[in-house]
Ligand binder design. Structure first.
Ligand SMILES: *[C@@H]1O[C@H](CO)[C@@H](O)[C@H](O)[C@H]1NC(C)=O
Ligand SMILES: *[C@@H]1O[C@H](CO)[C@@H](O)[C@H](O)[C@H]1NC(C)=O
Length: 300
């Protein structure tokens, strides 16, 4: 008889402490969410919205913690400003790569760097002064403008020795050619085509970023231009390497997934598909201490 009692007691005891730790856990998630709201200045319009965001936050938090505790990862995740967003919301608000349906491809001339043979083992355009500080596209799907501008800033510095921060807003407002849709996405080739046709782009300072598409400002002074652009041969990392040692190169990647959304540092080896959603600029490459080859990417 006393054995059964003890048994029951044990079971009750276990249930009680499970319920208890569950409550403590929920409370700690609420606290973490509150703290995160303070850290990132987030406010919600209603209790309902807050409840919804808390649930998304909790799911993301659990993913991040289990990922970071998973061991032997070449990169880490962290609770960043996107912690209360779903993956779909993140993609909609913070990427913006849209390839044109029937794009007019640049004339297929031979690959400019095909004969490059002297490729160093690592390279970083920041060391050459060809990369402006990181810029933030905010809540506007115009990665296409940011990545195009970073590539142009790079080639201008390489050709002239002057690093000038250029205007994404000009592209957002004016490069509506080829089906570019401002904050709803665009294609970088169209941005290059616009700069080339317009024979110029102005500075960030004189045409600053607004996070929304506005009326085309015609009173701009052009400070830099490009006279051509071309595609690096497809699926050819050797060719990409040759190109990157000569100038920053624009690429599109798959930005879908929590591991990308919460990337903090290290060599990203997350799940990637060929479903391209986000445009960025390659500004170098190298090999990590663990022996992983990586591309160094400027992201907006
Ligand atoms: C950790 O990952 C690296 C690179 O993927 C691999 O070479 C190494 O063997 C792994 N180490 C362990 C202990 O699993
Ligand atoms: C690369 O070298 C070949 C052979 O010399 C030459 O025909 C070709 O024009 C060169 N390509 C470029 C882009 O200079």
């Amino acid at each position: 008889m006393s054995l059964i009692h003890a048994f029951l007691f044990l079971i009750f005891g276990t249930l009680a402490s499970l319920a208890m730790s569950r409550t403590i856990y929920e409370a700690s998630v609420v606290d973490k969410h509150e703290q995160w709201m303070v850290d990132y200045g987030r406010k919600y319009e209603s209790k309902l919205e807050k409840e919804k965001r808390l649930n998304i936050f909790k799911e993301n938090l659990e993913y991040i913690e289990s990922f970071n505790n998973g061991g032997n990862r070449s990169f880490k995740l962290s609770l960043n400003e996107f912690a209360d967003m779903t993956q779909d919301e993140f993609i909609a608000a913070h990427t913006g790569y849209k390839m044109q349906d029937n794009p007019i491809m640049p004339e297929s001339t031979s690959f400019r760097y095909e004969n490059v043979s002297d490729v160093p083992t690592n390279f970083d355009w920041r060391d050459q002064g060809a990369v402006t500080p990181i810029k933030n596209q905010g809540q506007c799907g115009c990665c296409w403008a940011f990545s195009a501008v970073a590539a142009v800033e790079g080639i201008i510095q390489i050709k002239t020795g002057k690093l000038i921060s250029l205007s994404e807003q000009q592209l957002l407002d004016c490069s509506t050619n080829g089906g570019n849709q401002g904050c709803s996405g665009g294609w970088m080739m169209n941005a290059f085509e616009y700069i080339s046709q317009n024979q110029g782009i102005t500075t960030e300072e004189s045409y600053p970023y607004q996070q929304t598409q506005e009326t085309y400002d015609t009173q701009i002074n052009k400070v830099a231009t490009i006279n051509g652009y071309q595609m690096v041969p497809e699926n050819d990392e050797e060719a990409l390497l040759k190109a990157v040692t000569n100038q920053p190169v624009l690429v599109a990647l798959d930005g879908y997934g929590q591991s990308f959304q919460f990337y903090k540092g290290g060599v990203f080896t997350g799940d990637c598909s060929n479903d391209l959603t986000h445009a960025v600029t390659i500004v170098g490459y190298g090999t990590s201490e663990e022996g992983l080859n990586y591309w160094l990417i400027k992201n907006s």
